[in-house]
Design a protein around this ligand. Sequence first.
Ligand code: GRG
Length: 298
Amino acid sequence: MNHPDFVRLKKLVEDNLEAFIPDVDDKSHTLREAMAYSLLSGGKRLRPVLLLATAELCGCDARLALPYASAVEFIHTYSLIHDDLPAMDDDELRRGKPTNHMVFGEAAAILAGDGLLTAAFEAMTRDVLLYFEDPTEIRRRFRVIHELAKAAGCQKMLAGQIADLESEGKVCSQEMLEYIYINKTAALITAAVRSGAWLGLADTKTLEALTVYGESFGLAFQIVDDLLDVRGDASITGKISGRDKHQNKSTFVAQYGEAAAEERIRELTDRSLAALASFDDKGDFLRYVAKTMMHRIM
Ligand code: GRG
């Protein structure tokens, strides 16, 4: 992703992310080290960049959106740490480095994930406290907190994860597979896109268009991730390839093949672009992100 806006927004995220890790006592420095290890070990920063981009698109200064952009990356990183644990996907490599539990042990990795999830809500609510006298300012921030809580919670990301774990070794219907992908992956991406819109006080039509964009792009993103797992090069993906087959995962590619996966990615990308039809050139960056993601595998 070398679009100047991606580079600019990613830098803004990276320059500010560490400051949102709460200070900890010297006696618990391992916890902070484990949190910082995963948070600061690279990653595309896709979700926070999307949040900042839609905030700007809807008229909110990206700097004001930083606590929320950081929060979404904290939540995403927590999910990766927990997903890599032996009790879940049992992975050894993430973002090109040993996974959190390989370095700090399982107990510390669980706590680092918990710490990041909690810190996300601490960062956002601390920001709300700055605006406590102004109902409009509070309302737009609370919308985001509610949005991210729902996306990370038991109706979405966790629902997708449990269904994913329970589908191992089984053949799933396309409906079930997409249920898993929509919740496990697309929900947080959609919430990031919608959060920027809430911060910009977007109207209903804009919010609906961005929701369709986020859902379609998020679903395509997971199918791309499946294809990369089959075709991938660990030096590009930062993960060991072939893990889905090894774990007997029920993925779109495993069930329908690579050509069908490519076709579905194309359809979903077209749908995400169509959702931006009324955005004129202000939607160009979001169009770029959707197309670039599709071109990772085609
Ligand atoms: C374990 C709480 C918990 C939730 C699990 C999101 C999730 C649900 C697990 C993470 C592992 C996984 C395969 C998620 C699918 C989404 C995905 C493709 C994640 C990787 O996202 P990228 O490519 O990663 O944006 P970087 O490293 O660039 O941030």
